[in-house]
Design a protein around this ligand. Structure first.
Ligand SMILES: Nc1nc2c(ncn2[C@@H]2O[C@H](COP(=O)(O)OP(=O)(O)OP(=O)(O)O)[C@@H](O)[C@H]2O)c(=O)[nH]1
Ligand SMILES: [Mg+2]
Length: 223
């Protein structure tokens, strides 16, 4: 399945972002391979890290291959069509970081990139640290869909990926002029001038690549 896409097939790029340990790699493994690993190997600095996985999907009767990119502390938005922003329902800090990640997305990928907010580890109900109404309020504030999922149990994982893939298909691919080449990583759709810039985020603070780290705040949006 990792060969070149059949001629004419769209291969849109979806990026998973969020704090370390929220379960980004596990969500990709669950969705693409339908398995789960309980041991934690941070994607940062591991030789075995995955760059992306391909998942064939049929949406509105049309076959497309979703490129699902894992990130490790730095997000390369270049060519991305959608972002899945993940936090951990058992970690209040990871929820607080959502605002920083949203600013980061807006700054480097543009405000129009398609987004979905995902609260992972809903199987750990007794350890839950972020109430559902707060999650829903945040998603409403940003006007993006929200899913509570579990990579471990498989709950809602498919639904969250299908949601963002369907919106990419309908709002990006269907909007292409008939003469346009298929969507792929090399042909980003959108007008952001910042595709080439890499963003580094650690511990909830965002900086541009290589510069010193600014303190993250929990205050709303801003510039
Ligand atoms: N209980 C439970 N544990 C989970 C779930 N998803 C992930 N985990 C665990 O959380 C830990 C971190 O998961 P990863 O997928 O490696 O997290 P990550 O976001 O990729 O982290 P980085 O690569 O460091 O950015 C691992 O020990 C997983 O087993 C879940 O849905 N439920
Ligand atoms: Mg990872």
């Amino acid at each position: 399945m990792q060969g070149p896409p059949p001629a004419g097939q769209h291969q849109p790029k979806l990026l998973l972002i969020g704090d370390s340990g929220v379960g980004k790699t596990c969500l990709i493994m669950r969705f693409a391979d339908d398995n789960f690993s309980a041991s934690f190997t941070s994607t940062i600095g591991t030789a075995t890290r995955i760059d992306f996985k391909l998942k064939s999907m049929k949406i509105d009767g049309q076959e497309l291959r979703l490129q699902i990119w894992d990130t490790a502390g730095q997000a390369y938005y270049r060519g991305a069509h959608g972002v899945m922003l993940v936090f951990d329902l058992t970690s209040a800090q990871s929820f607080t970081s959502v605002r920083s990640w949203m600013r980061n997305i807006t700054e480097y990928a543009g405000k129009d990139i398609l987004k979905v907010l995902v609260g992972n580890k809903c199987d750990l109900a007794e350890k839950r640290a972020v109430p559902a109404d707060k999650c829903e309020a945040l998603a409403k504030e940003y006007d993006i869909p929200y899913f509570e999922v579990s990579a471990k149990a498989g709950t809602n994982v498919e639904e969250a990926f299908v949601n963002i893939a369907t919106r990419i298909k309908r709002e990006v691919i269907d909007a292409l002029p008939a003469s346009e080449e298929p969507v792929s990583v090399d042909k980003p759709v959108g007008s952001s001038k910042d595709w080439n810039r890499a963003i580094r985020m650690r511990g909830g603070s965002a900086t541009t690549d290589g510069s010193s780290s600014g303190k993250a705040t929990t205050s709303c949006c801003g510039s």
